[in-house]
Design a protein. Sequence first.
Length: 348
Amino acid sequence: MLDQPVLSRGVSGERLERVRELIAAADDDALADEMVRLGLVDDDVRALPGARRHALILRLIERGADGPLLVEVADDIPAGALSWRAGRHLIGVAAASETCPPRVLAVLADVAEREAGGAPAALVAVMRRTAIEHAKHHPPARWAPIRPWLEREAGSLNVGEPWAEAAAAQAPSGELLAHALTASGARPAPRWARRGADLVAELGGEECRALIRRWLGLVPAPRTIELRRDGGRDPNQVPDPHNARALRGLLYLLAVTVPHPDDVPAVGRLAQYACEKVPGHGPRSQAVAHACVYALERFTTIPALRELIRLRSLGQPPGIASALSAAIARRSVALGVDPGRLHQASAP
């Protein structure tokens, strides 16, 4: 992730001293070459005036410097010191990152608003991912610089995933996705469920459900904005955390309205995808997987129970396996059936 400092650990004192000599000599061409070779930003570089750091950023761009190196140079630089040429390149670097330092993102948003009239959707996307990640580990003050931008763009999905881009283009009302994003917890709150059921009915009932199923089917499609790999972990194999919240809400909408036979296979396929393990991460999305289990149980049909049994037979991570077993037990009692016989009957 870009929201980690580029450290000088492991670099010889002689090389770092060379960086400081080049700074003192104002030889920024040689300084840029040395920084690319070292792959780090020294504190003396961060202390340079904004105008000189901007010139250094342009030199590093010309040399094809890595994104993290550029972001380190730009950290805490005044927006007024960045040209659109440098800002546009840094926005591209940020957009290809899972997260980025909030101060850098806020400066880039200011530059984009100054030069283009607003923050690009790809920049807003990394802001949201950054805020979600920071909320896990840092106090709110840490990501306060980007909060105004997040509030301004509330209720929309992140670009970069085909299903989310399709949903943004095809949704019959912006309220549908905005409502989906407000879902939280292991099950929908009663008030949320009532408004969701009314909203689906207002937007065309089965036509709305068909759209949701179509979007669910696009979730496994490759990202339209590829993210930079973080060591051995590939973030492109994991759902965007902001969009995953909307997926949970859309699944809850299916769960609190009258089901259709096509819901079961659509939700089952998504559940299987969400449960798959990604190296260095675990299941793709615990939240989406649990929402799928909840929806399948709420469908209250034999085909939905069969799908729950099938998913459990694939061997799932402990938490998801427990949720599947509990849902199967409850639904089997409610339907008055033996899940063992259902499993045997559906086995190849």
